[in-house]
Ligand binder design. Structure first.
Ligand code: NAD
Length: 273
C-alpha cells in the first residue's frame, strides 16, 4: 500500500530539482502524477521514466492551467492534489531591481501559485476534497538581503496559503506550505541554472584545472553551509519531497493553513559561540 494510492496530483516545476523528486516519490507512493513544467524535453523524460503524464504548463498562464487540469482529468478521471512548486530566483538589491525583473518573479512565484489554487479548486471539490502544497521558502518567514523580490513573493505565498486554507476547508481541501532553507538544486548552484554556461577555453584545454576549480567551489559552499546551518549541511531535494508527501497524504489529515520550515535549523536563531 502506498501513501497516495488512488490519488491524482499535479506537480509544477517537476522537470528537475525538488519538483522532480516530489513527482518521483509521489509516483512511488501510488499516485498518478502530472509532471508540469516549461522545460519540455526534461519534463517529458522524467514523466516517461516514472510512468507519469507530462504537460507543458507555464504557471503564469491561466490557459495553460485550464489545459493541465483538463488533461489530468481526461487521463485519470479525477484530480485531487497539487504541489505548486515552480519558482524562480533573481539576485539584486531592491533599489537596483528593474520593474520588469520584479514582475517576472511575481508572475512565476506569486501569480503562478494563485492561478494554481484557483484552477484546481473546482476539480478538487468535485473529487470530494484534496490537498494543495505551496512551495514558499525560508525567506517567506524572514528577510534576506539581495533576494528581495523573491522574498516578497514567498511571503505572499504564505498569505495565499492561509487564505486558501480558510476558504477551501469547507470543500475538504487542505492547503499548506513548505518553507525550505538552502536546498541542493540548480537554484542554489548558478552554474546549473544556465543551460549553456559561458565557455572558458583555457579551462577546457586543461581538465585538471577545471576539476580543481569545481572542487574548490564545492568546498567553499560546504564551508558556507557548515557555518550558517546548525545541521551543518545543505538540504537535499528528496528531504523536501518527503515533507510534501506528508502534507499530501492522510498522515497530515488535521493540518491546514500552516507553513512548514525545512532548513536544518537555520531559522531557529543565531549562534553566538
Ligand atoms: P529548480 O530551479 O531546480 O526548479 C524550479 C523548476 O521550476 C524548474 O524545473 C523550472 O523549469 C520550473 N519553472 C520555472 N519557471 C516556470 C514556469 N513559469 N512555469 C512552470 N515551471 C517553471 O529549483 P528548486 O530548488 O527545485 O525550486 C523548487 C521550488 O523550491 C521553487 O519554488 C523555489 O523557489 C523553492 N525553494 C528553493 C530553495 C533552494 O534552496 N533550492 C529554497 C527555498 C525554496
Amino acid at each position: 500500500m502506498g501513501k497516495l494510492d488512488g490519488r491524482v496530483v499535479i506537480v509544477t516545476g517537476a522537470a528537475r530539482g525538488q519538483g522532480e523528486q516530489e513527482a518521483r516519490l509521489f509516483r512511488a507512493e501510488g499516485a498518478e502524477v502530472v509532471v508540469a513544467d516549461v522545460l519540455d524535453d526534461r519534463g517529458k523524460a522524467v514523466a516517461e521514466e516514472i510512468g507519469a503524464l507530462y504537460v507543458h504548463l507555464d504557471v503564469g498562464e491561466e490557459a495553460d492551467w485550464q489545459a493541465a487540469v483538463a488533461a489530468a482529468r481526461t487521463a485519470y478521471g479525477r484530480l485531487d492534489g497539487l504541489v505548486n512548486n515552480a519558482g524562480i530566483l533573481r539576485f539584486n538589491t531592491l533599489t537596483d531591481t528593474p520593474l520588469d525583473e520584479f514582475m517576472q518573479v511575481v508572475r512565476v512565484n506569486q501569480v503562478g501559485c494563485f492561478l494554481g489554487i484557483k484552477s484546481v479548486a473546482a476539480a478538487l471539490t468535485e473529487a470530494g476534497g484534496g490537498t494543495i502544497v505551496n512551495t514558499a521558502s525560508y525567506t517567506g518567514l524572514t528577510g534576506m538581503a539581495a533576494v528581495g523580490t523573491y522574498t516578497a513573493t514567498k511571503h505572499a505565498v504564505l498569505g495565499l496559503t492561509r487564505v486558501a486554507a480558510l476558504e477551501l476547508a469547507g470543500a475538504g481541501i487542505r492547503v499548506n506550505a513548505v518553507c525550505p532553507g538552502a536546498i541542493d538544486t540548480a537554484m542554489t548552484n548558478p552554474a546549473l541554472l544556465d543551460p549553456e554556461p559561458e565557455r572558458d577555453p583555457e579551462r577546457e584545454r586543461d581538465p585538471e584545472r577545471e576539476r580543481d576549480a569545481e572542487t574548490e567551489r564545492d568546498r567553499s559552499s560546504e564551508r558556507l553551509y557548515r557555518r550558517l546551518v546548525p545541521l551543518g549541511r545543505i538540504g537535499r531535494p528528496e528531504e523536501v519531497a518527503r515533507l510534501a508527501l506528508f502534507l499530501t497524504s492522510r498522515d497530515s489529515s488535521y493540518i491546514t493553513g500552516q507553513p512548514f520550515v525545512i532548513d536544518g535549523g537555520w531559522l531557529a536563531g543565531v549562534s553566538v559561540v
